[in-house]
Design a protein. Sequence first.
Length: 149
Amino acid sequence: MTDEDAMRRAIALAATRVGLTAENPPVGCVILNGDEVVGEGVTGEGGRPHAEELALAQAGDRARGGVAYVTLEPCARRSAGGVPCSARLVDAGVARVIFACADPSVFAAGDGARRLQDAGIEVNQGLLTAEAAALLGGYAPAGPPESRR
């Protein structure tokens, strides 16, 4: 499976939740280890759980050394507390994270990508951005602009 194939699958997952994730955007996540899909997730109805949480739970130990494809930058903080997705990806031991769209939200705003990079994970942004962004619709980041970095 190519990077594009995996991201297209993540986008297809996210498309199933358009309009059902409350204030959160619909996000899809696919985790590959080699050529095998070991985990898939999509934002839950109402906005939780996050796609990465579900994909990592499905993948378990098979996520270690794998590649996560996510339609939106993994969060760096959670509005309700809890472990953010970027930390979950670090803890799972993925080797690489590819995300389609940057998230300007106060809960990400580049901090999710930085956490991954600081942990030694290869991060690539921009694969199929237009297709993934089309699913975001009216998603507006939380928090006032001055609270973002």
